[in-house]
Design a protein around this ligand. Structure first.
Ligand code: TNX
Length: 548
């Protein structure tokens, strides 16, 4: 923990062009909302006056959202509004009403925002929809302390284009404090994402407390290398200080609860049977070389040449069952991500015991062994009423179609998955890996991949034309931006890499295609997002105009 506390103090190098906007530069107007709503009308009628006498009135399903909104309004305007109880005398005070409405709001995650007279009314049929409405409401208010504000008279009717709108964060390569995870969840909520994919384990560190296997965190959470170089023009440098940490189960519950209030589902990823170096460092008996002392990986990469796979022995399967049952109990999500990517087969090929296991179970090659792992874990999770998500490699063998495929390759793998009747979450490295460079500036902050500018993200279409021709578009659940943190050693670097690319992705996933327009998007980013980033105290990539 010490090492990242040190690193947090570091500031990202950013290319600064022109003035840096401050929160008060924000222009709140229905025309500036990000992501762009399905429909809004603003009338010239008298605005609703909001001040310290304004009441917050919420129907039963939205009591927690009333408290959430109360906090947001206090931060943004410096006004603490009273939340009405059945005893509260409402009188002539203006009010913000969070109303439950199942009749009109018949689409999932839909919200209505209507204002006029003394009332600003948000209506939704589910928590997620209400949270989205709250974000729109915030964008119609000034971004500074006020005693009294005029809320415009508007009618907004809004719902998402895709059901799955996710952002991922890798906490194995670098770990981030719970406070930053909460900030990250706030960012997601603001952008109307509904899923946080928490990549909790990898070769470079296991980050989740598991009561039945304590060495996972005693041993598997620590490595002997710390990244100290962060710039493109200087090669990455490391020193050999111990680096690591993990989240306790109490912290996990806290994060899950925090997300739920914000309408966000947390999907944990436990990456097996490859990317498992931290596991075998803690428990060598689950590797193909039980007599070897494995170290948690100290460098990045696929680890092909260095063993990072689980061996198919009874102890390993018992381990997986126990771990996934603990994970299932911790996370309310219907889906659990089991990884399945980049599993190197050479260690199974070289291991007589793995070969004997394959023979005894009628598995003709290592791909089938990989699928065997996936199927076993799917069964353990089914015992807890959970379904699995895996990276597209889990399709290498025959799987039943309940598994959701997260496609990190190109359109090709997404199309294949849909043809095999699997639901698909599009997450192609190009352009949805936000660990790639946003500029071609030789002095930019260090990144892992090539060039992935803002317009590439904005213009991404989650539904490839070929899928539409095949009439398979219904298999596309949505998409996700991935944040692999090999070169993101501290929170502001994450912010610098995701902003404003995740803003662009939010519009890809939320807004109807015919309403999208990149130059208008950039105008809105300047009008409302840059001041908002400043208000949050967040780093962001400032120079996007020069590179798009
Ligand atoms: C590939 S794509 C990985 C990650 C790396 C990432 C770096 C995938 C599922 N795995 O382990 O962090 O590339 O971009």
């Amino acid at each position: 923990w010490l090492s990242f506390l040190f690193a947090m103090g570091m500031v990202v190098s950013v290319n600064c062009q022109g003035q840096t906007p401050s929160p008060k530069d924000q222009t709140s107007s229905p025309n500036n909302i990000v992501p762009k709503p399905v429909s809004f009308t603003a009338t010239a009628e008298k605005p609703v006056t909001l001040n310290k006498h304004t009441l917050l009135i919420a129907d039963a399903p939205f009591q927690e959202q009333a408290v959430y909104l109360q906090g947001l309004l206090k931060d943004q305007l410096g006004l603490t509004l009273e939340i009405a109880t059945p005893q509260t005398k409402i009188g002539r005070n203006s009010r913000i009403v969070l109303a439950y409405d199942s009749i009109e709001a018949n689409r999932p995650e839909m919200y209505w925002l209507e204002s006029g007279g003394t009332t600003v009314r948000l209506k939704a049929r589910d928590v997620t929809g209400m949270v989205h409405g709250i974000q729109t409401l915030l964008q119609l208010l000034p971004l500074q302390k006020e005693k009294q504000v005029a809320f415009p008279t508007v009618e907004v009717k809004d719902y998402p284009r895709f059901a799955y709108r996710g952002m991922h964060l890798d906490v194995s390569r670098h770990i981030f404090p719970v406070d930053f995870l909460k900030k990250y969840l706030d960012y997601l909520a603001f952008h109307k994402f509904n899923t946080f994919h928490w990549h909790l384990t990898d070769d470079q560190g296991w980050r989740l407390e598991i009561k039945s296997y304590p060495k996972l965190t005693e041993v598997g959470a620590w490595r002997n290398s710390t990244l100290i170089g962060h710039f493109k023009d200087t090669p990455a440098r490391y020193d050999s200080t111990r680096y690591g940490g993990f989240y306790t189960q109490d912290q996990v519950r806290e994060v899950v609860k925090y997300a739920a209030v914000r309408g966000i589902n947390v999907i944990p990823e436990i990456d097996i049977p490859g990317h498992s170096r931290a596991i075998i460092a803690a428990y060598p008996e689950f590797s193909t070389r039980p007599d070897t002392v494995w170290q948690v990986a100290n460098t990045w990469g696929m680890y092909n040449r260095q063993n990072n796979v689980l061996a198919p022995n009874p102890g390993t399967f018992q381990f997986l069952k126990t771990v996934f049952h603990e994970v299932a109990d911790l996370f309310p999500s219907e889906y659990i991500h089991i990884g399945g990517d980049e599993c190197s087969k050479m260690w199974w090929k070289a291991d007589p015991k793995s070969q004997a296991f394959m023979k005894a179970n009628g598995l003709k090659d290592e791909k089938e062994l990989q699928t065997y792992f996936i199927k076993q874990v799917s069964r353990y999770l089914a015992q807890k009423n959970k379904k699995v998500i895996g990276w597209h490699e889990i399709l290498e063998g025959q799987l039943d179609t309940s598994a959701v495929i997260m496609n990190w390759g190109g359109a090709k793998q997404g199309i294949e998955a849909a043809q095999r009747r699997h639901p698909v979450i599009m997450s192609p490295g190009n352009p949805l890996y936000f660990d790639a460079y946003q500029s071609k500036d030789p002095k930019d902050s260090l990144a892992i991949h090539g060039y992935n500018p803002l317009d590439a993200v904005y213009n991404f279409n989650p539904v490839p034309a070929e899928l539409e021709q095949l009439k398979l578009e219904k298999y596309i659940l949505g998409a996700q931006g991935n944040v692999w943190t090999e070169y993101m050693g501290y929170p502001s670097k994450v912010e610098y890499m995701v902003f404003p690319r995740m803003t662009a992705l939010s519009e890809v996933l939320w807004t109807q295609p015919k309403q999208k327009d990149f130059s208008d998007f950039k105008r809105r980013v300047r009008a409302t997002m840059l001041p908002r980033f400043a208000f949050w105290g967040s780093a962001y990539f400032k120079d996007f105009d020069r590179w798009t």
